[in-house]
Design a protein around this ligand. Structure first.
Ligand code: ZN
Length: 472
C-alpha cells in the first residue's frame, strides 16, 4: 500500500471526545496533532498555553473539577530544520483519575507486569516525567548489572521444574523498556477511530518519540536523545538516524526500534588466509532507505530463539505467510561509515528484545489465541487495552486485555485460558478467584480454550454512544 493512501486513512480518523479546552477559551482536538491541515493551529494553541497558568484541561472531572494537563516543549529536526514542537501530558499521579476512554487515562500499574518491579525502578517525578533504572546504562562504559532477568528466570524455572518465588525485579531490561514505550505512547490500546493509522509509520514514530521525551534514563537524560525509530515510508527517518548516530558518537549507545524484517546468520567476507566469520544480522522493515546495518555476535540467534520462540518462528516464514509482526528494540554501539558520498550507519548490538504484535494494529499478543481475540475485537469495533508483561514472570496477575468501552469505569478484564496442565490450572484458579473478588462474577470475561477450542463466549456489550472514539 502506498504511503499517501495510508496517510489519507490516518487523517480520515473519526474522533470524538478528545476536546481540550485552553486557558484563552479556545478549544482544540488532540487528533489535530496528526492532521497536516490543522497541526499548525494546534501547535499554536499549545505554544500559547506553554508555561502559563491556568492550564488546559480535558473533559474528565474529579471532585467537581476538570483535570488539568501540562504542555511540554521539545526541539526536533524536520526536513533538515530545527523545529520546536509541543505536546500535552497529564499531571503527575493523575493517570488513574482520567476516564478510561480518555487518551490521558493510565492503566493502574497493578494491572500490568509493572507491578513486579521493586520500588524505584519506575518512578514518577514531580513534573510528571518517568524515571527508570535500566539494567544497563546507555553510556558505552556501562556494563549490564546482571544477566537478563528473563533468561535467568526461565533457566531457574526449568531447572526447578516448578514456579519459583522470585524477588521483585530491581532493574528494567530492554524488553521492559520496549513495553514501557508501547504503553506510554498508547500503542497497546485500540479503538475504532484509529483505523489504518497504525500502518503509517511516521505517525507511530511521533507518538513513541513523544513518550520517550517524557522518560528519563540515567541522570536526567530523556530517552528520546538516544532512541531512533526505523520504519517504512518515513521520509524524515534516515536523516534523524544519521543525526542521532553522530550525536551519540563514541560515548553513548543508541536504541533502534522498528518492525523486524529478518534475523539470520551471515558470514563476513573472507580475508586472505582467514575464512569469513559468522554473525547475526538483523534487518528492520523499510531499512533500505536508511543504509543501516545491524549486527550482533553469532550466539544471539540461539538466545533469541530460546527467549522469543514465537517471534523467531514467524521470522523464519516467508513475509506473506507471517501471521504476526515482530517489533525489535536493539541497544547498539553505532558508527557512521563514509564511502564517497554515501553515509552508512553500522550498529553492533549489545542487546535485542523482541515483541510479537498483530501486524496491522501493532497490539502486542502473547499467543495465537490472543491474536484471534485481538482480530475479533478490532472486527467488532471495540475499544481495548493490552496490559503488558514488562519483565514480570508468569506469577503476576494481569488481564490479557481490558475492554475500555463497557459500562464499567474500571474497564472489563478479559482472560484467555489456553492450557490445561496441572500447573496452569492452579494459576487459572488463582486468577478466577482474583477477578471474582475484585470485579464480581459477571464483570469479567474469559475464554477457556480447552473446553471450547473453536468458539469463545460473546464479548461483554459496549456502552452505547460511540465511546472509545477518542483520538489516536
Ligand atoms: Zn481526561
Amino acid at each position: 500500500m502506498c504511503v499517501r493512501a495510508l496517510q489519507a486513512g490516518f487523517l480520515r480518523m473519526c474522533v470524538m471526545g478528545d476536546w481540550i479546552t485552553f486557558p484563552n477559551g479556545k478549544k482544540g482536538r488532540r487528533a489535530w496533532e496528526n492532521d497536516t491541515h490543522r497541526v499548525a493551529a494546534w501547535q499554536s494553541l499549545l505554544r500559547s498555553a506553554h508555561d502559563v497558568l491556568p492550564r488546559p484541561f480535558c473533559d474528565c472531572r474529579h471532585h467537581g473539577h476538570n483535570l488539568e494537563l501540562v504542555v511540554r516543549r521539545t526541539v526536533r529536526k524536520e526536513r533538515g530544520q530545527l523545529a520546536e514542537a509541543y505536546h500535552l501530558a497529564r499531571m503527575p499521579r493523575q493517570g488513574g483519575l482520567h476516564y478510561i476512554d480518555c487518551p490521558f487515562h493510565e492503566v493502574d500499574p497493578r494491572q500490568s507486569g509493572q507491578a513486579a518491579y521493586a520500588p524505584g525502578v519506575v518512578q514518577e517525578m514531580s513534573d510528571g516525567s518517568l524515571r527508570v533504572a535500566l539494567r544497563r546504562g546507555l553510556a558505552i562504559r556501562d556494563v549490564a548489572q546482571a544477566p537478563s532477568t528473563i533468561e535467568r528466570d526461565s533457566a531457574r524455572d526449568s531447572a526447578a521444574g516448578r514456579r519459583a518465588a522470585r524477588p521483585r525485579q530491581s532493574r528494567m531490561t530492554e524488553l521492559g523498556l520496549l513495553h514501557l514505550l508501547w504503553e506510554k505512547s498508547g500503542t497497546n490500546s485500540w479503538h475504532r477511530g484509529i483505523g489504518r493509522a497504525r500502518m503509517w509509520w511516521p505517525g507511530v514514530r511521533q507518538r513513541v518519540m513523544n513518550a520517550a521525551s517524557d522518560i528519563m534514563v540515567g541522570r536526567g537524560c530523556p530517552l528520546g536523545e538516544y532512541l531512533v525509530l526505523i520504519g517504512y515510508g518515513d521520509e524524515d527517518g534516515p536523516a534523524l538516524l544519521r543525526e542521532k548516530a553522530q550525536s551519540c558518537g563514541q560515548n553513548w549507545r543508541m536504541l533502534l526500534l522498528g518492525k523486524v524484517d529478518s534475523l539470520r546468520t551471515l558470514r563476513s567476507r573472507p580475508k586472505p588466509g582467514q575464512p569469513g566469520r559468522p554473525y547475526t544480522s538483523l534487518r528492520f522493515d523499510g531499512a533500505q532507505d536508511y543504509h543501516l546495518m545491524v549486527s550482533a555476535s553469532e550466539d544471539w540467534l540461539t538466545r533469541l530463539s530460546r527467549r522469543f520462540p514465537r517471534a523467531m518462528h514467524a521470522l523464519d516464514q516467508e513475509r506473506a505467510d507471517r501471521k504476526i509482526g515482530v517489533i525489535g528494540l536493539v541497544t547498539a554501539n553505532v558508527q557512521i561509515r563514509r564511502d564517497g558520498t554515501k553515509l552508512s550507519v553500522m550498529a553492533w548490538a549489545d542487546d535485542i528484545a523482541l515483541m510479537e504484535v498483530e501486524p496491522e494494529t501493532l497490539i502486542p499478543v502473547e499467543s495465537g489465541y490472543e491474536l484471534q481475540i485481538t482480530r475479533a475485537l478490532v472486527e467488532a469495533k471495540r475499544a481495548f487495552t493490552k496490559p503488558l508483561r514488562f519483565d514480570a514472570g508468569n506469577d503476576v496477575v494481569h488481564p490479557d486485555f481490558i475492554l475500555t468501552d463497557t459500562h464499567d469505569p474500571r474497564g472489563t478484564p478479559m482472560e484467555v485460558f489456553g492450557r490445561d496442565d496441572d500447573r496452569y490450572l492452579t494459576r487459572k484458579a488463582e486468577k478466577v478467584a482474583y477477578y471474582e473478588e475484585v470485579y464480581g462474577v459477571r464483570h469479567w470475561w474469559s475464554w477457556d480454550v480447552a473446553c471450547s477450542p473453536r468458539q469463545w463466549p460473546p464479548f461483554p456489550p459496549a456502552a452505547p454512544d460511540g465511546q472509545g472514539d477518542e483520538d489516536e
